[in-house]
Ligand binder design. Structure first.
Ligand code: SF4
Length: 94
């Protein structure tokens, strides 16, 4: 994997809680949107997402925490299902 210069992360110095907010209140949703918007402007977003996908390889949705590379854990899980070599969903015909 390419070296990532984490010192360029736009979330550095931010309220990191926004990247790990739980629940679906309007405040929680606003925090998530703000975190994702920050990620979209981040110069290392691609590397951040690649890193998350590599670290979380093989994990289910519940094993993916926080927003990384602009995607929630649920979105990263959905992305992992579309990648080459993804296992078919359990309980469904292949
Ligand atoms: S993409 Fe988002 S989570 Fe990743 S380093 Fe940048 S601001 Fe932080």
């Amino acid at each position: 994997m390419t070296d990532i210069d984490w010192t360029k992360a736009l979330c550095l110095g931010c309220d990191r809680e926004m990247w790990f907010v739980e629940g679906s209140t309007s405040d929680a949703n606003a925090d998530r949107r703000e975190a994702k918007t920050t990620c979209l402007r981040c110069p290392i977003r691609s590397g951040c997402l690649d890193s998350a996908m590599a670290e979380e390889d093989g994990k289910g949705e519940s094993g993916r925490h926080g927003i990384r590379g602009g995607l929630s854990g649920r979105q990263r899980f959905a992305l992992s299902r579309r990648l080459p070599g993804a296992q078919p969903k359990q309980g469904r015909a292949a």
